[in-house]
Ligand binder design. Structure first.
Ligand code: KIV
Length: 269
């Protein structure tokens, strides 16, 4: 008999979907390593996304395109190992799901088998419906990602608010009909996001999409005030960790240079 029974308060995919039906707003944050995932899980966040934003946030690239499937798996393992309650979702990186259903199942299957995460996310709606259906029929829960799709940055020439309501609704419905259990709506006018959220039976998780979504997601480094340089308009910083870390590191350097650290209590008799 397996000893890996899910903890009773574990947020499973069906529980995640039921939160919409029960009128409970869903909180989601990204995480890329063990310590952060542990802190967020202990704080009670409902879902943790190992986003391909790790390409920019952790690896320092300009876009989300360079991160590989192996690198996503490496980080997802650290995150999943730390999490006891939240639903852990992992992004399928570019272009791991553009090479057909077979290859998408191979990539997503590796994520589920090797990391301990519960679901994958992929960018796309109408044109990814066949891939979503294929993954779902293989038993792989899929979250879709509609609106601004950062993996299309080369084609779009930048990151822009997506305003074509007809296309947005068509993408959202196609993903739902293909079997997606939820979807991220990124950089969509709040009225359109609210309309789509009302239309769908599965939860919408907004980022730059207003309060009418069924939940919200932010990149954790942005919401903790860790990001240097440009931060998008839709981010609210709940802390200034960049400032606090810089101050702490400066003080440490001064104390080492001045001999104040280590004191006797930080060493052995
Ligand atoms: O990669 C990511 O972090 C994301 C979120 C911004 C939704 O896709």
């Amino acid at each position: 008999m397996s000893s890996h029974k899910p903890a009773s308060d574990r947020i499973t995919v069906p529980k995640f979907v039921a939160m919409k039906r029960d009128g409970k707003k869903i909180s989601m944050l990204t995480a890329y390593d063990h310590t952060m995932a542990q802190l967020l899980d202990e704080a009670g966040v409902d879902s943790i996304l190992v986003g391909d934003s790790l390409s920019m946030v952790v690896q320092g690239h300009d876009t989300t395109l360079p991160v590989t499937l192996d690198e996503m798996i490496y980080h997802a393992k650290m995150v999943a190992r730390a999490v006891h309650r939240a639903l852990v979702i992992v992004d399928l990186p570019f272009p791991s799901f553009h090479l057909g259903v077979y290859s998408a199942i191979e990539s997503a299957g590796r994520i589920l088998k090797e990391t301990g995460a519960q679901a994958v996310k992929l960018e796309g709606g109408v044109e990814q419906a066949e891939v979503i259906a294929g993954l779902v029929s293989a038993g792989i829960p899929v979250m879709a990602h509609v609106g601004l799709r950062p993996q299309l940055v080369m084609q779009m020439g930048g990151y822009k608010v997506q305003r074509d309501e007809e296309q947005l609704l068509a993408d959202a419905l196609a993903a739902q009909n293909a079997g997606a259990f939820g979807m991220v709506l990124e950089c969509v006018p709040r009225s359109a996001a609210a309309k789509i959220s009302a239309e769908l039976t599965i939860p919408t998780i907004g980022i730059g999409a207003g309060a009418g979504c069924d939940g919200q997601v932010l990149v954790v480094n942005d919401m903790l005030g860790l990001t240097g340089g440009y931060v998008p308009k839709f981010v609210k910083a709940y802390a200034d960790l960049r400032g606090q870390i810089t101050t702490a590191a400066r003080q440490y350097c001064e104390e080492v240079r001045g001999g104040a650290f280590p004191a006797d209590e930080h060493s052995f008799k």
